[in-house]
Design a protein around this ligand. Structure first.
Ligand SMILES: [Zn+2]
Length: 337
């Protein structure tokens, strides 16, 4: 056993091809870039104290929103995208599915659709430059009205096949349940977008059930409270619905009391597909490679489990069939090495 353990911990995780499926675009900014931009614009950016948990979800959400103040100039947004993509490439990410909120930039670029087109073009440019494929997940803010969500879904749907691959749903689950967004997700599904809501983070497994049965989720962002419900885990496993898990985010938002209580291993052992992600790296600390290292060193995932997570992060995302086929070969070769 010791030999296997030693051997399995030596494979280089940077060389494992990964998809980053749960990454909110704004929070993929480098901390030093955010501070530079704040100084240039004379806006004070309060950087989070990563040695402690956020006091509550609202505090986290307010910090996220405060970053937007410096990102509303085209040059800053383009710098963010360029650096986020080169950082992804350096960590062995071959596919990024950015969670994008183009309505943040509607005023800068004229309209939400115009902003979305510009973000798609800039992502494609950076992706080409650094050899990373990029898809966009348009993220509905669940604290907005159903009408706003539906209108947003229509915009996302109109870009299906042209850079947008999935429809997301984010922000505080409590008081804003998945089932309110049935119509928006039906619009997305009809257009061929993957259904990728956040669920089972701040709320319990009942919200994951709703995401599965009402929103017809292809993947669920977080979904970790599914571990409380064996029937739900069986359903996720049977349907191959992937959970896009973010261990450090769960720790700092007190979804788990301590990191070694994180349920990722239990979920994998129940046959649930999972990907490993950073969620909001600038607000939580680690980027994706460090999250993989944490999953190996702290959560005790074997290299076979890490490779399975990497494969889920490729197969369950909106990447092209060519990229999926190539990544499968490289992941298999990594594990066989
Ligand atoms: Zn998230």
């Amino acid at each position: 056993m010791t030999d296997i353990a030693t051997e399995t911990s030596t494979r280089d995780l940077a060389l494992l091809p990964k998809g980053h499926l749960h990454l909110h675009m704004e929070a993929a900014i480098r901390a030093e870039t955010l501070q530079d931009m704040g100084e240039e614009a004379d806006i004070y950016i309060e950087m989070p104290d990563l040695t402690q948990t956020y006091s509550d979800f609202t505090a986290f959400s307010n910090t996220y929103r405060s970053m937007l103040a410096v990102l509303t100039t085209p040059a800053n947004l383009f710098r963010l995208i360029d650096e986020a993509v080169v950082d992804a490439a350096r960590e062995g990410v071959v596919y990024v599915e950015f969670g994008a909120s183009p309505h943040f930039y509607a005023e800068t670029f004229g309209s939400t659709s115009d902003a979305l087109q510009i973000i798609i073009d800039k992502c494609a440019e950076a992706g080409e430059k650094y050899g990373v494929e990029i898809g966009l997940m348009i993220t509905i803010d669940r604290t907005e009205s159903v009408e706003t969500a539906n209108a947003y879904a229509e915009i996302a749907a109109s870009f299906a096949g042209r850079g947008v691959v999935s429809l997301g749903l984010a922000n505080d689950e409590r008081g804003h349940p998945a089932e309110d967004f049935a119509e928006a997700f039906a619009i997305g599904k009809t257009a061929g977008l993957l259904s990728t809501p956040h669920a089972g983070e701040l709320a319990g497994p009942e919200q994951v059930w709703k995401a599965v049965e009402v929103l017809h989720a292809d993947r669920i962002l977080h979904g970790v409270t599914s571990v409380q419900d064996p029937a739900l885990m069986a359903r996720l496993a049977a349907d191959g619905i992937c959970l896009d898990v973010c261990p450090t985010s769960n720790l700092l938002l007190s979804v788990v009391p301590e990191i070694d209580a994180h349920p990722l291993r239990v979920l994998l052992e129940a046959g649930v597909r999972c990907s490993i992600n950073a969620d909001d790296p600038v607000l939580f600390g680690p980027n994706i490679l460090s999250e993989y290292e944490l999953c190996r060193n702290v959560l005790g995932l074997t290299d076979a489990q890490l490779a399975a997570c990497a494969w889920s992060s490729i197969e369950c995302g909106g990447a092209s069939p060519e990229l999926k086929a190539q990544a499968k070969l490289t992941i298999d070769a990594w594990l066989a090495s």
